[in-house]
Design a protein around this ligand. Structure first.
Ligand SMILES: Nc1ncnc2c1ncn2[C@@H]1O[C@H](COP(=O)(O)OP(=O)(O)O)[C@@H](O)[C@H]1O
Ligand SMILES: [Mg+2]
Length: 272
């Protein structure tokens, strides 16, 4: 008899993962990767078992953001990869596969195929959360991925500018069409607050995500300020960003818990 999971074509590597959360944005450079990495770290600090996939195949940023540029994935001839692990977080990214070894796992020419491999052909083991930093761009790549990937829910990252908001609307419409539950919005680079000052500067305008959250009745999970740090420090020494992401992570945990178990076991976008 065909089990429900087989029917939904959930790869066996993903069966022991409670929630797969896709981090989306309709534009590049809004901080999707910074948010994904920090959210994953916050969930680890709360005691959860967490995995992180870098969906950016051509310009992977996780090795730098995780301060792990010296780590490499062991690519064997076996079907499955073992994820890398640091400070309790499991992760993988094309950036950890050296150029010579790339062809071994690169069997699909499509970005979505490569992301699927990073996600599904990895020995994650039992996880509470798998965070998927989705590939940049909208349109075909994202759509193909969305239709193949067993996501439980999405988070949408945007910045305050009008132009970002307009693009984000298109992204939200796409997620809605696919019936993927959206946990909420995160506004990144919302404002800049110089050290030792309480004055906030709204460099990119103000309130873009609030407008979106009203328009689509989505929770604004958090507003992350602009920091003046080097990339690798964004994750390691920035207490402020981790405080904000901790609050966002708590909301995410609560929201995913309250999704009914029925909802969790269904993949809305392939189940329509
Ligand atoms: N809150 C922030 N403060 C300062 N710099 C940021 C912030 N968020 C992202 N950045 C920087 O902006 C650039 C784009 O971020 P990234 O996460 O790579 O975006 P995306 O994944 O959406 O393309 C990177 O150089 C990153 O370090
Ligand atoms: Mg990125």
């Amino acid at each position: 008899m065909i089990t429900k999971n087989e029917q939904l074509r959930i790869p066996s590597t993903l069966m022991e993962i409670d929630h797969i959360l896709g981090i989306f944005s309709a534009k590049g450079g809004v901080g999707k990767s910074v948010i994904s990495v920090n959210l994953a770290k916050s969930l680890v600090s709360k005691g959860f078992k967490v995995g992180l996939v870098d969906g950016d195949i051509y310009g992977p940023s996780h090795p730098v953001l995780l301060n792990a540029t010296d780590m490499h994935l062991k690519v064997t001839n076996q079907e499955l990869l073992d994820p890398l692990e640091k400070d309790g977080l499991k992760f993988n990214s094309m950036g950890f596969i050296s150029a010579e070894k790339m062809p071994v796992i690169w069997r699909g020419p499509m970005v979505s195929g490569a992301v699927m491999q990073l996600m599904a052909q990895t020995n994650w083991g039992k996880l509470d959360y798998l965070i998927v930093d989705t590939p940049p761009g909208t349109g075909d790549v994202q759509l193909t991925l969305l239709q193949k990937i067993a996501l439980s829910a999405a988070i949408v990252v945007t910045t305050p500018q009008d132009i970002a908001v307009a693009d984000t609307m298109k992204g939200i419409e796409m997620l809605k069409k696919l019936n993927l539950p959206i946990l909420g919005l995160i506004e990144n680079m919302s404002y800049f607050e110089p050290k030792d000052s309480k004055k906030r500067y709204y460099l990119y305008g103000k309130g873009g995500a609030k407008t979106l959250s009203k328009e689509y009745q989505l929770d604004l999970l958090g507003e992350v300020p602009q920091f003046e740090f080097e990339e690798s420090n964004l994750t390691n020494q920035n207490m402020e960003i981790s405080k904000i992401l901790d609050l966002i992570a708590s909301k995410v945990v609560k929201k995913l818990d309250s999704m009914s178990s029925k909802n969790k076991s269904l993949i809305p976008q392939v189940n329509k």
